[in-house]
Design a protein around this ligand. Sequence first.
Ligand SMILES: [Zn+2]
Ligand SMILES: [Zn+2]
Length: 321
Amino acid sequence: MSHQPKASRRTFLTNSAAAIAGCAAVKIATAAATDSIESVIDIHQHTNYAGRTDAQLLAHQKQMGITRTILLPAGIPVELASTHGGQSNGLAARIWGNSAAYRLVRAFPDFYSYFANEVPDVPGAVKEIEKHLNLGAIGIGEQKFNIDVDAKPMHEIFALAQAHRVPVLIHFQHRMYNHGLDRFHKILEQYPEVSFIGHAQTWWGNIDKNHEQSELYPKSRVTPGGISDRLLADYPNMFGDLSAGSGLNALTRDEEHAAAFIERHQNKLFYGSDCDDTAGAGDACSGAGALAAIRRLAGSSEVERKVLFGNARRVIFRDRM
Ligand SMILES: [Zn+2]
Ligand SMILES: [Zn+2]
């Protein structure tokens, strides 16, 4: 590792308190107590994820130490090529749609927010998404369908996002979902007011200039300059969602690279979990793994706070939180 590990805030405060006698020490201790709940935004979770209940989801999020969670709904169940004839309904994980996310946000407004979603090529898709943007959804996604990312229905969704000034979260997966990452720069140029959030295996695999497209979870060392790395560097409206096994793999496959990657894209990365376990901790929980990896690899607490909180607050919530 080339970068120096940072001192944790707790260690710093303890040392400071020990070094200063009297009132000053008391003040510092008070400050430490009020700051002990660190705000963390998880930009990627789902209702009924692989059958997980609302109560289990809430417990999972609390266990990870999340203070606000964004719910990403599925579209309606349909048998179209875009859903692999129905096999990818529920985002291929039994996830529920807009109404379920909306209900959970209404029940826990201080804890949940949501995006709006729909299968892009069903009739009325734009109308359904817009209905939920008007009900309080703060973005669109996750878009996870068997379609070219620059197909006409996708353009209609991006135009809606541009009109409402909301982000779009896209699951890129080779030969499965959202084909055409290599052409995505054209979309970024065409919709400069839309913040696009890249997610999943093909998005993260392509941080590597030498990425083999059929490889979903590559373990080799990373050569910087892959498609995703360049999109993040060159386009102010491109962002990355560190959730799921794919995000965690990008952090852990080559930690020296990951530390430098976080440093250079420190204003463009969001923490997300996207795991369907009930534990919220340990090896089964990739969300807890990603939290630990970000805390380990961020070069300073300032950068760590950006990735865990500040970037999502600025870009997705547009400072309205
Ligand atoms: Zn997801
Ligand atoms: Zn988890």
